[in-house]
Design a binder for this molecule. Sequence first.
Ligand code: EPU
Length: 422
Amino acid sequence: MEKFIIEGCHKLEGEVNISGSKNSSLPIIAASIMGEGKSILHNVPDLKDVQTMIKILNFLGAKTKFENNTLEIDPSGIYQFTAPYEFVSTMRGSICLLGPLLAKYKKARFSMPGGCVIGPRPIDLHIKGLKKLGVEIENEDGYIVGKVDKLKGNKIFLGGNFGPSVLATANILCAATLAEGETIIEFASCEPEIVDLANFLKKMGAKIYGEGSHLIKVEGVKNLKGTEYTIIPDRIEAGTYILAGYITKSRIRVNGVITNHLLALFDKLEEEGLEISYGDDYVETIPKDKWKAVEITTLPFPGFPTDLQAQMMSFLTLAEGVSLITEKVFPERFIHVGELNRLGADITLDGSKAIIKGVKSLKGAKVMASDLRASAALVLAGLAAEGITEISRIYHLDRGYEKFEHKLNALGAKIKRVKEGV
Ligand code: EPU
């Protein structure tokens, strides 16, 4: 295993380019198996999660080629329909293959994804939606086994206790494109990654209306063709670099962003008393020595994203006053709190709320990464902390940030990746 050694308190400067979106790439790669013929995807980030998805496709029998962020997928050789435990347990996002497999091959056998460090991760909405389209689903030895003769369009309410579900929307959307007749998905996710998936499916020949709103209408088609498509930039990666600029009190330019995807973040930064300069596709951080505490509630898009909650918490540890973060999407997603406190933060938890009392400074220490975004939060804290911060188990970061330390070091950070035990 590897760890990061971060020498804190260095100012950043210069420009960083944002990679393609991880959470767009995964469902789009999955959807490509529904095409007759090859799809070519550009701007696919070279990440552990993407590599895992490619391995699953190869296991199913697809042919893939991944070079310089372009992924070619030829699904014509697919002959297996099982996603085994070894893959699903390392990447819960693989569940987005369920809809495409059922739509194209009428059967799928999927290892039941368990919970994970960000809390319980049920799949009841995926199952409810697929059943509404006519899929029969059973549990067999830890596997969900789905089969269907003919998918039939239907009206589906896809909301759960925590609002809409991104990947359940992706699964039902994919399945509905090849169903007979019309499907209405009510309380669909509005996330930009769902819009990206819909745009890809439309290029394949699907008929989809209303993506980006809570009501999506799909008119089923007989088949879809392989196509060429470019993935959108990763808004969470962009938000992480923007916060890296502000927490180190630095002026940096973040390029290749769709700034309309980040308005909830900008709104909170402004409330904290910061200035942001941005155009349609770039952001410049305007450094300030002090910022104010705020209250934040994470919500589905266009609300403040749960995937930036941990990174924003690192930033608020150094705010003036007491901040409150309420986590409404994954109420238990606070595993980073204990580790941030090891760096000198003052955070207490009360159920799904974190109370963050601003401190004057953070001090380097040894900490452990636990999940992807929690790990990014520790890196941000380490960049701002006095002295040396050692972050172990950084493999979590490799799941979702392309060339993370290289991009940060190019901006002037001092981060070394070394083998654990060194
Ligand atoms: N939920 C249910 N039932 C379901 C599905 C979800 O109750 O059948 C609940 C979840 O437990 C949660 C809420 O609904 O409380 C929202 O979960 P959602 O299904 O939207 O999450 P997801 O689709 O599994 C994607 C991203 C996550 C991101 C969430 C929320 C991918 C591969 N993953 O997960 O990304 O946090 O949406 O925006 O797209 C990450 O990138 O670090 C990450 C965890």
